[in-house]
Design a protein around this ligand. Structure first.
Ligand code: TPP
Ligand code: MG
Length: 312
């Protein structure tokens, strides 16, 4: 057993980096399952959307992010935040409205701001902002990039195309991370998207990479070189991940049939680790569940947030 449970609440940052991808993916997964339990118990403020099945994407990408990079997240953003900051205490306190909340408890699950990280529940809102921030970065901090995580359904928002157009034209350092989980709330991608995301990127002359791997180290290898081009000022990049939404859209609202759910579960990154080292996986999983349970107990015992943000 590691010393995870001994860490002061909200104190020492969660450790890690390239070497502990599995630990971090399982921490995020345990966090999301705990949220569903807490929601069912009536202990959360507002709504929540989990990233179950998509944990590997931010775990793979976060080590590629420079501290000067800005990250724009979305409604399904807990993994994005946890992979960047490893701060389950601050995020859970935010969602529960307790002391030590990242944004004083006024942002909740979907609207987090911390340093160079911002999330929004408004689909498509972030890309034009990311393009504007990227313009600033290209002038003030060359080599830095703006990352925006969006889903397949968000490609239905016109603002996405305005942003892609100007980002391509002005060669802005924007990385669009598409978590294509094959569905937008209850509408399958096949029923809302004409053509392909690759084709839409190509229309603006933007390089596009389709990534089916769920192996964080492999993903980093694939992304490193094209990311270097973004940082060199050659313009934006679209990274399209084939992912699987394991849970409901939000809480109890899964409209998919059994066969579709079976396919989603079959694509889970978890199976690869289970096949390679079942004992090791079980050990890390129980550690992370215990760690997150302790975080939840500690945060639930805190007084309500006074509205003061713990982080800037
Ligand atoms: C502008 C706007 N329209 C509609 C919604 C309601 N809404 C929230 S999530 C969502 C589906 C998003 O689908 P996708 O982009 O594929 O992301 P996923 O939920 O699959 O991660 C919708 C329609 C919203 N939040 N904002
Ligand atoms: Mg989707």
């Amino acid at each position: 057993m590691t010393d995870l449970l001994d860490r002061p609440p909200g104190g020492l940052p969660y450790p890690g980096g390239d070497g502990d991808d599995l630990e971090l993916m399982l921490m995020i997964r345990a966090f999301e399952y705990k949220l569903l339990d807490l929601f069912a118990a009536g202990m959360l403020n507002g709504t929540t959307h989990t990233c179950l099945g998509q944990e590997h994407v931010p775990v793979a990408l976060s080590p590629l992010m420079d501290p000067r990079d800005h990250v724009f997240s979305n409604h399904r953003g807990h993994g994005h935040y946890l992979a960047r900051y490893r701060d389950p205490h601050g995020l859970l306190a935010e969602i529960m409205g307790r002391e030590g909340a990242v944004c004083g408890g006024v942002g909740g699950s979907q609207h987090i701001h911390r340093d160079r990280y911002m999330s929004t529940g408004v689909q498509g809102e972030s890309l034009p902002v990311a393009a504007g921030v990227a313009l600033h970065l290209s002038r003030a901090e060359p080599g830095a990039a703006a990352w925006a995580y969006i889903g397949d359904g968000t490609f239905g928002e016109g603002a996405v195309y305005e942003a892609l157009n100007i980002a391509a034209l002005w060669r802005l350092p924007v990385v669009v991370v598409v978590e294509n989980n094959g569905i937008a709330q209850s509408t399958p991608t096949t029923a809302h998207l004409a053509g392909t995301i690759a084709g839409r990127a190509a229309a603006f002359g933007v390089p596009h990479l389709a990534i089916g791997s769920t192996d964080p180290a492999e993903i980093r290898d694939i992304v490193a070189e094209p990311l270097g081009h973004v940082r060199d000022g050659r313009g934006p990049l679209v990274l399209e991940f084939r992912t699987h939404r394991l849970g409901p859209h939000s809480k109890g609202d899964d409209t998919r049939d059994e066969q579709t759910l079976r396919e989603a579960r079959a694509g889970d990154w978890y199976h690869r680790y289970a096949a390679a080292d079942p004992g090791g996986l079980a050990r890390v999983e129980s550690e992370q569940r215990a760690y997150v349970a302790a975080v939840a107990d500690e945060v639930a015992a805190r007084p309500p947030s006074t509205g003061r943000a713990a982080c800037g």
